[in-house]
Design a protein around this ligand. Structure first.
Ligand SMILES: [Zn+2]
Length: 90
């Protein structure tokens, strides 16, 4: 499976690297998806890390810090939505 083009875009890589640095440097950084800090999130997901979220959901504005688990949950949800639409013949 090939990596998505948005992840190999040099512009995105620069944003992601800067955002990850800032997210780890500031313990008060909150996830766009769940609103928790990394320390709060790790109480239930001990191995979670910061991930640079794309504007994927309605209402999202630009890139924002998201927990990797929140980010992949959204991606899975969107895939499921597409499958449901496909199966329903929409
Ligand atoms: Zn989160």
């Amino acid at each position: 499976m090939s990596r998505s083009t948005k992840h190999s875009d040099p512009h995105f890589k620069r944003i992601r690297n800067a955002m990850n640095r800032e997210s780890y440097a500031n313990p008060g950084t909150r996830c766009r998806r769940c609103g928790l800090t990394l320390a709060e999130r790790r109480m239930t997901k001990p191995n979670d890390i910061w991930s640079c979220g794309h504007p994927d959901a309605p209402g999202d504005r630009g890139y924002a810090p998201e927990h990797r688990s929140c980010n992949s949950q959204l991606a899975a949800q969107q895939t499921n939505d597409k499958r449901i639409g496909f199966n329903a013949g929409l």
